[in-house]
Design a protein around this ligand. Structure first.
Ligand code: COA
Length: 173
């Protein structure tokens, strides 16, 4: 297989990232959300990653800040998604490379955990586990099983709590 290169997005990539999201998802909501995230305080440019194949952007993932509210207080953790790979290049490991790169880049930024609202069977292969194992829920209208999480700092999710996604994400539902 040709080499996949994963790197942080640059402004010149925005149109190509839109195309990837519009081709991978049924509507425009994800592409629109990513555009809005870029001008929001929860956005972290170094954690909006593209996958390039032959100098063409074929995948994208974004991790942004969300709040975890528990009886111990409020902390800032990361939420992974939206994530997308163009249908013509799916099932070739590009999504896996994006997730592995995203987790590796999140660790040195000192965030203690990552949550994902998405296909639980997919994310569990990368070390995400059902969020309910820690008593972690979220404010999105998704089934309990659709929320998975990964601790980057051991014990970070031990107190459970509710993940508060920004209002922007509610447009996806
Ligand atoms: C999900 C997605 C990002 C995976 O990208 P990818 O490059 O195909 O992923 P990989 O090649 O690393 O892994 C493929 C595996 O993912 C799993 N997978 C893909 N889509 C899945 C889904 N909807 N639910 C569960 N598992 C899924 C399959 O087990 C697949 O394995 P296979 O190739 O043996 O069939 C891509 O299919 C996509 O963009 N889908 C549409 C948008 C979307 O649903 N994004 C995720 C939102 S949570």
């Amino acid at each position: 297989m040709q080499q996949i290169k994963v790197r942080a997005e640059a402004p010149d990539d925005f149109r190509a990232i839109d195309v990837v999201n519009l081709s991978a998802f049924e509507g425009e909501a994800e592409a629109q959300l990513i555009g809005e995230l870029r001008s929001s305080p929860v956005f972290i440019p170094d954690l909006s990653l593209v996958a390039e194949l032959n100098n063409r952007i074929v995948g994208h993932v974004v991790l942004s800040k969300v709040q975890l509210k528990s009886s111990k207080g409020t902390s800032e953790i990361l939420a992974l998604g939206p994530m997308s790979v163009v249908p013509s290049q799916s099932h070739r490991g590009i999504g896996s490379e994006l997730i592995e790169a995203a987790v590796a880049r999140a660790k040195p930024l000192c965030f203690s955990a990552i949550v994902v609202a998405g296909h639980p069977d997919y994310y569990q292969r990368f070390g995400f586990r059902p969020a309910k194992e820690w008593g972690v829920t979220c404010n999105l209208p998704i089934p309990e099983d659709a929320l998975t999480a990964m601790e980057l700092v051991k014990g970070a999710l031990a107190g459970g709590g509710q993940v508060e996604y920004p209002e922007l994400f509610k447009a996806l539902f």
